[in-house]
Write a protein that binds this ligand. Structure first.
Ligand SMILES: C=C(O[C@H]1C=CC=C(C(=O)O)[C@@H]1O)C(=O)O
Ligand SMILES: [Mg+2]
Length: 464
């Protein structure tokens, strides 16, 4: 056995430098280390030194989160996005010099990002920093998995680089990111709140019910927006911390692009893949929580049997079961939904399991599932056409897949609802409702009020 005292980082840099010089082209190295406990919110805050390109993700079901700092490599597409992103990923994965001795899903070489709700939507207003589909392989990735912490360094090595400089730069950046000390920053205050066209939105809901009664569609999901204006810039890590504390059964996410940050706490999993195991979920149908256990139970029982909510839900189940069959086998869907309780509302929920077919990937599933009738409607084209014609907002990344995938066929995507776009001193929040033939515009409006609440409270620093 040849003993070597060279550290993995030195070995990777040496190899990458040699190739970079030979081929006169940049190379990328990726090294994962197990590290001591790190506060994710401090890491997120410190990550500012590497640019306005941070991200955050925490699982709704596991002790797992990701925090990204800096950008080593970007996957980007405007058209044919699922295919393009997959191709770009394969390309960088084939060429990267990777050292990761830990097999935990989500550690190591990971891309995080999202797709727009509707790639044909032209974005001119709030979403101008979020044009198209975008995934980021961060310069540094903090992953926490079942109480263990991992740091992955993804470093670009160019033909001109000097090893000593690279090592010094990495050392300095690691010290900052892992410092575990952060200045306490006061949270911004909401100066005023502005609902965007609430009356017109109710009219659109009414119009949708009429089209549904005429048989043009079975279900159409309609969203509306609310703008919050702050007295100073909101402190993103404090909002994340608040969401993590209160929305314990949701995926917490943030994706920063320049001055804008898309942030939210969604209870809706689109799909999770662990090797060949696939998990999806149908989440549609909503009611408030009760003030007492008795009232809560009563509302839950009513929700489980309510015709209108069951109709909203059953369309989603039907579609997801069908859409999974392309990339999966052994699709299992329980007969009846159960209740998925959140802090201030409860949903009808049907979990779905399946097995990934050989040669398929998580992006194949995402492509087939999005948008489910929980966000688009049924039939897909008829509902999207109504949304495009009559919904008075730009959805951007709202209601679209957001998540990650790694180099070992693991990944997870949520549906980016209960979310908002922070831009300077303004936040634009989004909330939508599944409209079916028996929808009442006032009741749907009240449902959106409940759906805005988690983000409004977190932005106010309140426990609701
Ligand atoms: C469109 C949203 O929620 C969807 C997910 C769960 C329940 C829904 C509902 O009951 O209408 C919606 O389909 C949103 O929160 O913006
Ligand atoms: Mg609903």
């Amino acid at each position: 056995m040849i003993e070597t005292t060279q550290k993995p980082l030195d070995i990777l840099i040496d190899k990458a430098m040699k190739t970079a010089k030979n081929q006169q082209i940049e190379q990328i190295i990726s090294l994962t280390e197990k590290i001591n406990d790190v506060d994710p919110f401090t890491f997120f805050d410190q990550a500012k030194v590497l640019g306005d390109n941070r991200f955050f993700w925490s699982s709704a079901t596991d002790d797992f989160y990701l925090v990204g700092a800096g950008e080593a490599y970007t996957l980007q597409a405007n058209t044919n996005a699922y295919y393009q992103i997959e191709q770009q990923w394969k390309h960088v994965l084939d060429r990267a010099f990777i050292h990761n001795s830990y097999r935990q899903p989500g550690t190591g070489f990971v891309a995080f990002g999202g797709f727009p709700f509707d790639p044909t939507e032209s974005l001119s207003q709030v979403w101008d920093d979020f044009d198209g589909s975008h995934f980021r392989i961060p310069s540094y990735l903090l992953a926490r998995h079942n109480g263990e912490f991992f740091l992955t360094m993804n470093i670009v090595v160019s033909p001109q680089d000097k090893k000593a400089d690279l090592l010094e730069q990495i050392e300095q950046q690691k010290v900052i990111l892992l410092s575990n000390t952060a200045a306490i920053q006061a949270q911004a205050k909401i100066a005023f709140t502005e609902e965007v066209y609430p009356m017109e939105w109710k009219e659109t809901v009414k119009k949708a019910t009429e089209e549904i009664k005429q048989g043009k569609a079975a279900k159409i999901v309609l969203a509306r927006a609310m703008n919050l204006h702050f007295d100073s810039l909101p402190v993103i890590q404090s909002v994340l911390k608040e969401l993590m504390r209160v929305q314990t059964r949701s995926f917490i996410f943030a994706y920063e692009q320049g001055d804008s940050c898309f942030i939210g706490a969604t209870p809706e999993r689109l799909v999770r893949v662990e090797q060949e195991q696939v998990f999806s979920a149908c989440l549609a149908g909503t009611a408030p929580r009760g003030k007492t256990t008795g009232e809560d139970q009563h509302i839950a029982d009513h929700l489980l049997h309510d015709r209108k909510n069951r109709e909203e839900h059953d369309y989603v189940v039907e579609m997801i079961e069908h859409a999974l069959t392309d990339a999966c086998e052994s699709v299992y869907v329980p007969d009846q939904p159960v209740i998925y309780p959140l802090k201030n509302l409860q949903h009808l929920y049907t979990p779905v399991t399946a097995k990934l077919k050989k040669d398929y990937s998580i992006l194949d599933i995402v492509k087939n599932l999005h948008p489910t009738p929980a966000l688009g409607g049924l039939p897909r084209e008829a509902s999207l056409s109504f949304i495009r014609s009559f919904e008075a907002l730009e959805r951007g990344w709202y209601g679209a897949p957001i998540g990650w995938f790694d180099a070992n066929q693991n990944g997870e995507f949520g549906v980016a609802i209960r979310s908002g776009l922070l831009k300077g001193k303004t936040a634009t929040l989004f909330a939508g409702c599944g409209v079916v033939k028996d929808s009442d515009p006032d009741a749907e409006y009240q449902e959106t009020v409940m759906k805005f609440a988690p983000m409004r409270s977190a932005l106010r620093g309140e426990n609701t």
